[in-house]
Ligand binder design. Structure first.
Ligand SMILES: Cc1cc2nc3c(=O)[nH]c(=O)nc-3n(C[C@H](O)[C@H](O)[C@H](O)COP(=O)(O)OP(=O)(O)OC[C@H]3O[C@@H](n4cnc5c(N)ncnc54)[C@H](O)[C@@H]3O)c2cc1C
Ligand code: SF4
Ligand code: SF4
Ligand code: SF4
Length: 353
């Protein structure tokens, strides 16, 4: 087993893949910091959309999505807003069947909904998460205030509306015989039996070819024979699978979910211990309250983890995300800020022995 203990940051679908890796394998992931996520975009289509506004990715200082608009804060200090009704066409198809807003299987979830500017909304979900937040408050890495009833109502109603809207998509897909396996309620025994009969070709026909792949890279990471590779759009397999390997099908967040991990869609933000509104006392360069950066700083400083798995952007391809493993706080600060497109986050885990 690896000596490394990793804190990872990810969207709800990536956190679900991390939870499945923990469930099915000897995973080095120790702490899961989940982001809120309403939707995500294709990098290529986003670049093309910007061309319609005579802009390039390199012209953008920061992205924000709120109140029905994508706000582009330009390097010239101007702001341009694109209605989400226009940006809808560049949303990845898999996001239409995603019913989770707040990373329900994380230890701690973080987003901006409900909090004032410069603050973040934080959901503590596990005992481990509770210990981390108590320590971070005590050591003055973060300050926290209670999340009041009206803030809670807003978060709940946005989470509910995402689930409701996307459940309608799921019903339509299932009606057209395009399976949405991760929303099927099966017993653990029945899942074990399905997994034992499945391999990459089943992942391809039930997830990848039907537009359900979230491009997380967990299948590539889990393949013991390195047969899977991921380009910008989908995983591809070359070679012959050994008998009795089902790893890629098991860990994919869009195949069947074990009962313990399955979302209860009647609980808008899932199970939790408490919700807070929080602000960093150490960092300011992040997307909202710089809480992700600060919690990673706290976890590394206190040696609770050995490394962090974060998503940075390429130096020579503006806003193009890529995942990396680091233990350097400067690298973590540099990775702050939201990149509104996907990358296979688990690719970076392959470097961990
Ligand atoms: C695609 C996407 C959609 C989101 N949608 C919402 C939303 O609808 N409502 C809401 O309240 N919040 C949303 N968030 C979360 C929000 O944008 C902030 O990431 C969150 O509030 C944390 O802010 P911070 O200042 O604490 O983070 P920071 O300290 O700035 O750290 C941000 C961390 O996010 C990670 N990250 C950046 N981009 C990605 C990516 N593409 N994939 C995985 N990890 C990434 C980096 O590793 C970095 O460590 C979304 C995030 C993403 C990535
Ligand atoms: S599937 Fe899309 S909307 Fe859902 S968590 Fe992943 S990136 Fe976000
Ligand atoms: S060897 Fe296993 S993990 Fe790799 S592609 Fe085949 S079934 Fe999937
Ligand atoms: S097919 Fe692979 S990359 Fe796509 S969602 Fe499943 S595990 Fe992630």
């Amino acid at each position: 087993m690896s000596e490394r203990r990793i804190a990872m940051v990810g969207t709800p679908c990536e956190i679900m893949a991390a939870s499945k890796l923990q469930y099915y394998t000897d995973s080095p992931i120790e702490v899961k910091l989940g982001l809120f996520c309403m939707e995500n975009f294709s990098y290529k289509y986003f670049t093309n959309l910007l061309k319609e506004y005579d802009l390039k990715m390199d012209d953008i200082e920061k992205f924000r999505i709120e109140k029905g608009f994508v706000f582009l804060l330009l390097k010239t200090h101007e702001t341009l807003k694109i209605p989400l009704s226009v940006a809808k066409r560049i949303i990845r198809k898999n996001c239409n069947i995603c019913v989770e807003l707040t990373s329900e299987t994380s230890d701690i979830s973080i987003g901006s909904i409900g909090s004032e500017d410069g603050w973040s909304t934080l959901i503590v979900r596990s005992e481990k998460g509770e210990e981390i937040i108590n320590g971070a408050i005590e050591q003055e890495f973060i300050e926290a205030k209670p999340f009041n009833e009206s803030q809670f109502k807003l978060l709940n109603s946005i989470a509910e509306s995402k689930t409701r809207k996307n459940m309608e998509f799921i019903e339509r897909r299932e009606f057209l015989a395009r399976p949405v396996l991760y929303q099927r309620e099966k017993s653990d025994d029945s899942i074990a039996s399905e997994v034992s009969q499945s391999e990459f070709k089943d992942l391809k026909s039930n997830v990848i070819d039907v537009g359900a792949c979230v491009l997380c890279g967990a299948c590539e990471y889990a393949c013991p024979d390195n047969l899977i590779s991921i380009d910008d759009t989908k995983p591809i397999m070359k070679g012959e699978c050994p008998p009795d390997c089902h790893a890629c099908f098991a860990v994919c967040p869009r195949t069947f979910l074990p009962e313990d991990l399955r979302n209860d869609n009647s609980k808008a933000i899932g199970e939790f211990i408490r919700v807070l509104t929080v602000k960093s006392l150490k960092h300011t360069q992040g997307q909202d309250g710089s809480i992700v950066t600060t919690l990673l700083d706290y976890l590394l400083t206190n040696k609770i983890v050995t490394d962090a798995l974060v998503v940075d952007k390429h130096d020579n391809l503006a806003w193009k995300p890529y995942a990396k493993i680091t233990r350097g706080i400067d690298e973590i600060i540099k990775s702050g800020g939201t990149k509104y497109s996907v990358c296979p986050v688990f690719k970076a885990l392959s470097e961990v022995d």
